[in-house]
Design a protein around this ligand. Structure first.
Ligand SMILES: Nc1nc2c(c(=O)[nH]1)N[C@H]1C(S)=C(S)[C@@H](COP(=O)(O)OP(=O)(O)OC[C@H]3O[C@@H](n4cnc5c(=O)[nH]c(N)nc54)[C@H](O)[C@@H]3O)O[C@H]1N2
Ligand SMILES: Nc1nc2c(c(=O)[nH]1)N[C@H]1C(S)=C(S)[C@@H](COP(=O)(O)OP(=O)(O)OC[C@H]3O[C@@H](n4cnc5c(=O)[nH]c(N)nc54)[C@H](O)[C@@H]3O)O[C@H]1N2
Ligand code: SF4
Ligand SMILES: [Mo]
Length: 717
């Protein structure tokens, strides 16, 4: 055995970007620890980091492409697999047009710069309007608000956790998720530090792990956040708590915002929201009085029927309380590789409603259609009918509404390709699965998440192990497929496609990253001398600290007039839909509704095959219910119950939990590893059920197209 060596890297399993020190002998990982010298994570890791070793060694991880044959999965070479995929996709596009081929990008794509750049090249070459991603079961409403208010969908501000004194968390559980659209490793320590300076408050239908660490928890009725926020604004305006400050000079439409809030006194919404009017009043007053208050809204705020409205109002509250762009408030990171600037180079920033889904008429946003409508687009006849699908690092059968319906629709398609290291529930329905190299066999740069980090830092890690001979990484697979398609293409832009894909392959993912670093905003600044480059980053394996977040408005705004729009027209136009829901009793406490939850030893649908993540005897896929709701239905703790929605039903064990708001039940997402052809030996033993066999494609934020995963009406028996 060779002498142990240390490799520095960044964990790619969640948004926290923790620095790792991996001891290895050149062939095998010996241990994985936190990197004390990493300027962002300062030594922190969570139990998931060690899964990187298990994922690398997992015998179920594919080392070669497989195709579905009469006798089950058959291995083939990478080059043959890419040729096969290109032939089948080109044939479908030739016969039925470019929209007949759809692409879905999953969450790991954002964690893998090679996949992100490769997917961009492939997407451009497909010329299809049927583009989808996990964004529309996640943060599209925040992007919509950022686009309409600040001018760019990626201009999403983050809480300045290092300096705030009052941190109010609406619909996020960072103690478990490790933070989202807020790259902030070691949330438990950060919460303690904020409490030592001030206050942490959680507003959530469940008394979450984060709520347990906070000063106060308020239960809120799922889907009612927009009403709550309007009432909060009502108090701020009504009691003269909106002061004159710098933000007035770079914002507009304050009057329209005040007019919108005027119709929502706390007394009017308290019952629907489930929070007493006096509490809403006190929350508004305390927020306005604190020096360094920040309101942070996340997944629970986005994945609901009024996610667009709620995301807008979260940002609006921060502006009118003087918190936007202020130390201790909600601030804009200034990363070394500025995604916003890069996407601006590629074309206009943001778009909405340029085309729609065939039957439900849901709008395109930022070049993508809602993932909730994928099955619909496969079934509905017409020019935009999907006949083939490419899934890159995604598992929509488990992660999008009515996953069962989607699985059935996949079986009707002419061709399904998954680019994935495993044969997942979605891969189970594929004709071809092409695996990229393991995470430890590729280099890493946090291209997406430095843009949302609570401190500006920059770091690059080379591959730990050399990939096996002939293996391809995500970039090589996706750009290789793109160049084959360009050669077979009959599109009027085929020549340009051939040039573009050839150019991209010559420069390579690493070369593109180097160019982006050299051209980035920190390119001419210290501490790395004149110009930042990959070479300089490689020489500093724990990365560079670029300092705390800095005020940067109005300069960083991307809106046409250089101002923040406090009351964007599309959002004002969505208020009648909220009014209608309120009038129709959508938020009534008599209706039992479903929400989701995350678990520490999981990563959406794909960490359940790592034995260390599944250790322990505790059942994890259970439905949580308030004891009072169980008593009124004569249900007992531990009993197997059936949960039914408009879309489907599942059977799971019941777990009583007085931390659940009455009228709300919670299931974790990412479970349900029962698809026949999936190859996941460990996960299958624990299977569980998929929450998305209950979530409803029609329970949606029609404004932004984001899935309404929270607040789905259900019955439990
Ligand atoms: N009901 C409900 N549904 C939800 C959620 C919820 O809270 N409740 N959360 C939503 C959210 S926030 C998200 S982001 C989505 C996630 O939805 P998806 O992205 O569709 O699903 P994942 O479970 O992340 O699946 C990722 C797949 O990528 C593969 N993979 C892992 N690493 C790589 C890699 O480096 N390269 C490639 N090519 N593949 C890789 C994995 O094997 C796995 O099959 O789920 C959403 N769905
Ligand atoms: N361990 C682990 N970490 C993860 C992941 C994982 O699967 N496992 N997934 C990663 C991904 S892809 C993402 S996007 C992030 C998400 O990270 P977070 O945004 O922190 O998401 P969740 O932990 O799902 O927390 C959402 C909270 O919203 C609450 N909620 C539900 N409905 C409503 C509502 O209507 N209103 C309000 N106010 N609250 C509501 C839920 O009870 C829950 O506590 O986590 C990432 N980190
Ligand atoms: S918190 Fe996230 S980035 Fe850090 S070790 Fe855990 S999974 Fe990895
Ligand atoms: Mo996500």
């Amino acid at each position: 055995m060779a002498a142990p060596q240390t490799h520095h890297r960044t964990c790619c399993l969640c948004e926290a970007l923790c620095g790792l020190r991996i001891e290895h002998d050149g062939e095998r990982v010996l241990s994985i620890r936190g990197d004390d010298d990493d300027p962002l994570s300062r030594g922190h890791i969570c139990p998931k980091a060690t899964a990187l070793q298990e994922l690398h060694e997992d015998p179920d991880r594919l080392r070669a492409p497989v195709r579905a044959g009469a006798e089950g999965w058959e291995e083939l070479g990478f080059s043959d697999a890419l040729d096969l995929a290109a032939d089948r996709i080109a044939a479908v596009q030739r016969e039925h047009g470019h929209d007949a081929v759809a692409m879905y990008l999953g969450n790991p794509v954002a964690h893998n710069y090679r996949a992100l750049l490769g997917a961009q090249v492939l997407g451009d070459t497909l010329h299809t309007r049927n583009r989808f991603s996990a964004s529309s079961v996640d943060q599209v409403p925040h992007m919509f608000a950022a686009w309409t208010m600040f001018g760019h969908p990626l201009l999403m501000p983050v809480p300045d956790l290092e300096r705030c004194t009052r941190f109010v968390v609406l619909g996020g559980n960072p103690a478990v998720s490790n933070g989202s659209i807020m790259t902030a490793p070691d949330m438990k320590r950060r919460i303690k530090e904020i409490r030592a300076r001030g206050t942490v408050i959680v507003i959530d239908p469940r008394r979450t792990e984060t709520a347990e660490l906070a000063d106060a928890w308020h239960a809120i009725r799922p889907g009612s956040d927009a009403l709550f926020l309007l009432a909060l604004l009502h108090v701020l305006f009504d009691e003269g708590l909106v002061h004159d400050a710098a933000w007035r000079s770079w914002s507009r439409n304050l009057d329209a915002l005040a007019r919108a809030a005027a119709s929502y006194p706390p007394s009017r919404v308290a019952e629907a929201v489930g929070i007493p009017a006096e509490t809403i009043q006190a929350l508004a007053r305390d927020h306005a009085a604190a020096d360094g208050a920040v309101l942070y809204g996340r997944l629970g705020v986005a994945t609901q029927r009024f996610g667009g409205l709620a995301s807008w109002l979260v940002y609006a509250v921060n502006v009118v309380t003087g918190s936007l762009d202020r130390p201790g408030g909600l601030m804009f990171p200034q990363p070394a590789v500025d995604l916003m600037k890069l996407t601006k180079l590629a074309g206009p920033s943001g778009s909405w409603g340029r085309w729609h889904t065939t039957k439900s008429r849901l709008p395109e946003f930022n070049g993508e259609l809602p993932a909730s409508a994928m099955a619909e687009q496969m079934r509905e006849p017409g020019k935009a009918k999907i006949r083939a699908l490419i899934v890159v690092g995604g598992n929509p059968v488990l992660s999008t509404p009515d996953g069962r319906g989607l699985a059935d629709a996949l079986d009707e398609l002419d061709f399904v390709l998954c680019v994935d290291p495993w044969i997942s529930a979605t891969g189970s329905h594929a004709d071809l699965v092409i695996p990229p190299t393991s995470h430890l066999e590729s280099d890493h740069f946090g291209i997406a998440f430095h843009s949302f980090a609570v401190r500006n830092t920059v770091k690059y890690a080379p591959a730990l192990f050399a990939p096996p001979d002939g293996a391809l990484d995500d970039w090589q697979i996706l750009s290789g497929l793109a160049s084959r398609l360009a050669r077979r293409s009959g599109h009027r832009k085929a020549r340009a496609d051939r040039l573009r894909t050839a150019g991209a392959r010559v420069v390579g993912a690493r070369g593109l990253l180097d160019l982006a670093l050299r051209g980035g905003r920190h390119g001419l600044r210290k501490p790395f001398g004149r110009r930042l480059s990959l070479k300089k980053l490689e020489a500093r394996p724990s990365g560079y600290d670029l300092g705390p977040l800095q005020p940067c408005l109005p300069g960083r705004l991307a809106s046409v007039d250089g101002r923040v729009d406090l009351a964007p027209q599309p959002l004002l136009g969505d208020l009648p839909r909220l009014e209608k829901a309120l009038a129709e009793g959508e938020f009534s406490a008599d209706r039992l509704v479903l929400i989701g939850r995350r678990q520490l030893r999981g990563c959406n649908s794909w960490l359940h095959n790592a034995p260390g993540m599944m250790a322990g005897r505790q059942r994890r896929c259970t439905v949580l219910m308030n004891p009072a709701d169980a008593a009124s239905r004569s249900l007992r703790d531990g009993q197997q119950v059936t949960i039914a929605s408009r879309v489907g039903s599942v059977a799971v064990p019941l777990e009583l939990d007085d931390g659940m708001m009455p009228g709300v039940v919670s299931l974790p997402h990412g479970w349900g590893h029962s698809e026949t052809n999936a190859v996941l030996g460990v996960a299958r033993k624990h299977r569980g059920v998929s929450i998305n066999d209950l979530t409803d494609p029609e329970h949606i934020d029609r404004l932004t197209g984001n899935a309404g995963l929270s607040g789905v009406p259900v019955e439990v028996s």
